[in-house]
Design a protein around this ligand. Structure first.
Ligand code: NAD
Length: 280
C-alpha cells in the first residue's frame, strides 16, 4: 500500500503526548520524517527512540520565537526540509470553570501557549516554506473555540483566535504556496481531559472514564468519545497532497457536536406538558 506522506518532512508541536503523539506515529507510519517538538523532554525522547530513524525530538517551547526558529532549522539540518508544520501544542484553562475566578497569570499563560505559540509557529514555517516551494500548516483549535459555551472561558477565547488567525494566515500565505487549515477536535480522551490525577488507582481512572462518557457526549449525535487517532487522521488528510486545494478551512472532528444542539429538548418539553396535564 502506498504511503500518503512518503518523502515529506513534518514538525508536530506538542508531539510528545495525546493528539500530537498519535499524529507523529501516523505520519511516520505514512512515510514522513517527523520532528517531535515539545517541552516534555522525557516523553518526547522516548517517542523518538521508539520510532527510530524517521523521528527526532527537539525541545521546544512554542512561546519562544527563538525556539521555533531553531526548530525549523533543526528540521532542515536533520531531514533536509519542511513540508508540514502542525502547530498542535496547547494547554487548557482548567480547573477554573467561572471566569470571575480566573487569575490573570493563568489566562495570560493560556493565551501565550495557545495563541502566540500558533502564530509564531505559522510565521517561522511560512517564512521557510515560502522560500522552499510551499507547504501545509495545520493548527489545532477546538470545538470550544468554534462554539461559545459554558466554562474555561480563556481557553475558548484562545481557540476562537486560532480559528480566525488560521483563515487570515491562509489568505496571507496563499500566494507563497503555503496552505493553512485548522482542526477543531471535540471531546477527545487525552491527558488534557478532566482525569486522571496523580496518585489515582487504575480502577478509579477506569471508573471515571466510564462515568464521563454520558455527560461528555450529551451534545453529540455520535455517543462515543473521540480518540487522538481520530484527530491524527484529519491531520493526515490536511498534511497530504490530497488536500492540495484546501486552505483557510476549519475541519470539525467532533462526533457531530458542531452540527447543532444535540440535546432532545422536544422530548423534555413534551414530558413536562404531559406531566402538567396529568397533574390536573
Ligand atoms: P496533551 O496534554 O496530551 O498534549 C499537549 C502537549 O503539548 C504535551 O505534550 C505538552 O507537553 C505540550 N506542550 C504544552 N505546552 C507547551 C509549550 N509551551 N511548548 C511546547 N509544547 C507544549 O493534550 P492534547 O489533548 O493532546 O492536546 C493537543 C491539542 O489539542 C491542544 O492544542 C488542545 O487544546 C487541543 N484540543 C484537545 C481536546 C481534547 O479533548 N483533548 C479538544 C480540543 C482541542
Amino acid at each position: 500500500m502506498s504511503q500518503e506522506l512518503a518523502g515529506k518532512i513534518a514538525i508536530v508541536t506538542g508531539g510528545a503526548s495525546g493528539i500530537g503523539k498519535a499524529t507523529v506515529e501516523l505520519f511516520v507510519a505514512e512515510g514522513a520524517q517527523v520532528v517531535i517538538a515539545d517541552v516534555d523532554n522525557a516523553k518526547g525522547e522516548a517517542l523518538a527512540a521508539a520510532l527510530g530513524d524517521a523521528a527526532r525530538f527537539k525541545h521546544t517551547d512554542v512561546t519562544s520565537a527563538a525556539d521555533l526558529e531553531a526548530l525549523v532549522n533543526f528540521a532542515d539540518s536533520e531531514f533536509g526540509g519542511l513540508d508540514v508544520m502542525y502547530n498542535n501544542a496547547g494547554i487548557s484553562s482548567m480547573p477554573y470553570l467561572r471566569f470571575v475566578d480566573d487569575e490573570l497569570k493563568d489566562f495570560q499563560k493560556v493565551m501565550e501557549v495557545n495563541v502566540l505559540g500558533v502564530m509564531l509557529g505559522c510565521q517561522v514555517a511560512a517564512r521557510y516554506m515560502g522560500e522552499h516551494g510551499g507547504g501545509s500548516i495545520i493548527n489545532t483549535a477546538s470545538m470550544g473555540g468554534a462554539l461559545p459555551g459554558w466554562g474555561v472561558v480563556p481557553y475558548r477565547a484562545s481557540k476562537a483566535a486560532v480559528i480566525h488567525f488560521t483563515k487570515c494566515a491562509a489568505i496571507d500565505f496563499g500566494s507563497y504556496g503555503v496552505r493553512v487549515n485548522c482542526i477543531n477536535p471535540g471531546q477527545i480522551m487525552t491527558e488534557m481531559s478532566p482525569f486522571p490525577e496523580p496518585g489515582m488507582s487504575e480502577e478509579t481512572i477506569a471508573r471515571i472514564k466510564d462515568a464521563l462518557v454520558e455527560p461528555m457526549t450529551a451534545n453529540q449525535p455520535l455517543k462515543v468519545l473521540g480518540s487522538p487517532e481520530d484527530i491524527a487522521q484529519a491531520a493526515l488528510y490536511l498534511a497530504s497532497d490530497r488536500s492540495r486545494f484546501v486552505t483557510g478551512t476549519e475541519l470539525n472532528v467532533d462526533g457531530g457536536h458542531s452540527a447543532g444542539d444535540g440535546i432532545n429538548h422536544l422530548q423534555a418539553i413534551m414530558q413536562a406538558r404531559q406531566a402538567a396535564i396529568d397533574a390536573g
